[in-house]
Design a protein around this ligand. Structure first.
Ligand code: NAD
Length: 382
């Protein structure tokens, strides 16, 4: 199959910019993908991060002003990974420059900025998706297939949680993700919210109302010179709401936590029903647990969670042996495979990346949660 070449530009060469550059270098692992991305240009305000990208042979341009990257005809598709307070300006400028965009979450610092970004997308007709890679783990895809089969029956409860723990260390220095003016008033719900909301939203599980327990557990952290400065973002958020469903209402729990002891970067998704259940956690990346009532020889019928292993294959086939394992970088590659296949009109019925409206909806959930917590009551996320 002859793949169409597409020029990629990255704005923001930090943690995620480098991760994406590395993922694109693994593209030949994908089988028969319609597009062949070439990283052509990288922009970062900080010139010190740019030399790292010189090791990627296809890179022709390293710049410190993103306008130069947006004016570059060799770039068709732009990935932007910068602070949340910069999203609106950069995303709007990118789509107005006629480029396709894979935008990082949370897609604007708050609901208002997300709305303005969506307006610019609607105005320009640009192809835009939002980064959310966790559903591209093979176990998540298996969980979705299980749900689609109807095996779970009437749902009792679903839970989607994104859990970090490095903030348990109260001496960890402040950074932009822990300051409301850069991260956003929603704090951890901005950082991790779309990760936790992506599948519930895709499944149409919008809670009728939301209640919320938010915690600012570490209100100060060491600044650049070691003196304590305000750390004014929510660390942990636990949201709960009833979801109307064709077989009956169920309870949805959505948690985003920076201080969940023992969890490095764990996303978990669980659904329990009257007939079956499914659980997946990135902490056990190849394992999926399924619930059913089984016949135990000699004991009769018992309730049982059983673990199966799902191997390496996800939304887009790869040369990786089916029995081999999987991880974060594989999920990133799968997300990009899906993004560029959809951009090329060749995604078919494979799992699509988070849409701008799903990203906007995750901000609506955060706004409702902020109000619910402040007013001590359940609030409709409209
Ligand atoms: N999908 C994921 O799993 C995931 C994980 C971490 C972060 N993120 C998201 O990615 C985004 C970036 O996070 P990060 O951890 O990579 O941040 P980072 O701080 O590591 O990197 C951001 C980079 O942007 C550069 N920058 C700032 N302003 C710029 C400008 N005007 N033009 C060009 N470059 C500029 C900075 O110099 C820095 O190198 C955020 O939206 C964050 O929420 C996503």
């Amino acid at each position: 199959m002859s793949a169409r070449e597409v020029g990629i530009g990255i704005i923001g060469g930090g943690l995620m910019g480098r991760e994406i550059a590395a993922a694109l270098e693994r593209w030949p692992a994908l089988v028969d993908h319609p597009v062949r991305p070439r990283l052509r240009a990288v922009c970062d305000l900080n010139p010190a991060v740019l030399p790292w990208f010189e090791q990627i042979g296809s890179v022709e341009s390293l710049v410190t002003d993103y306008h130069d990257l947006l004016a570059d005809d060799r770039v068709d598709v732009v990935y932007v990974a910068v602070r949340h307070d910069l999203h609106e300006q950069l995303y709007v400028d990118t789509v107005r420059a006629g480029k396709a965009l894979l935008a990082e979450k949370p897609f604007g610092i708050d609901e208002g900025t997300a709305e303005r970004i969506v307006e610019a997308i609607d105005d320009t007709g640009a192809f835009v998706r939002c980064s959310s890679e966790m559903p591209f783990f093979p176990g998540a895809q298996a969980a979705l297939r299980y749900l689609a089969s109807g095996a779970v029956g009437r749902i009792i409860r679903a839970r989607s949680a994104f859990l970090h723990s490095s903030d348990l260390d109260v001496t960890k220095p402040i950074n932009w993700k822990r300051q409301a003016r850069f991260c956003g008033e929603a704090g951890v719900m901005n950082d991790l919210g779309l990760h936790a909301w992506h599948l519930p939203l895709r499944l149409g599980w919008t809670p009728r109302v939301l209640s919320a327990a938010l915690q600012d557990i570490v209100p100060e952290r060491p600044g650049p010179d070691g003196t304590l400065v305000p750390c004014d973002t929510w660390d942990n958020a636990a949201l709960r709401g009833p979801v109307e469903h064709e077989l009956g209402e169920f309870v949805l729990d959505v948690e985003t936590k920076r201080i969940a002891p023992g969890n490095k970067n764990t996303w978990l998704f669980e659904v329990e029903g009257l007939d079956g259940g499914v659980r997946f956690s990135t902490a056990d990346p190849i394992g999926v647990e399924l619930f059913r009532v089984i016949d135990v020889p000699g004991s009769g019928s018992e309730q049982s969670w059983q673990r199966i292993e799902v191997g390496s294959q996800s939304a887009w086939p790869t040369v990786t042996g089916g029995i081999f394992g999987t991880g974060f970088s594989d999920a990133i590659l799968q997300m990009w495979a899906s993004f560029l296949a959809e951009w090329a009109g060749e995604l078919a019925d494979r799992f699509a990346c988070a849409s701008p409206r799903e990203a906007l909806a995750s901000h609506r959930m955060a706004r409702a949660a902020l109000r619910a917590h402040a007013e001590g009551r359940a609030v409709a996320p409209v």
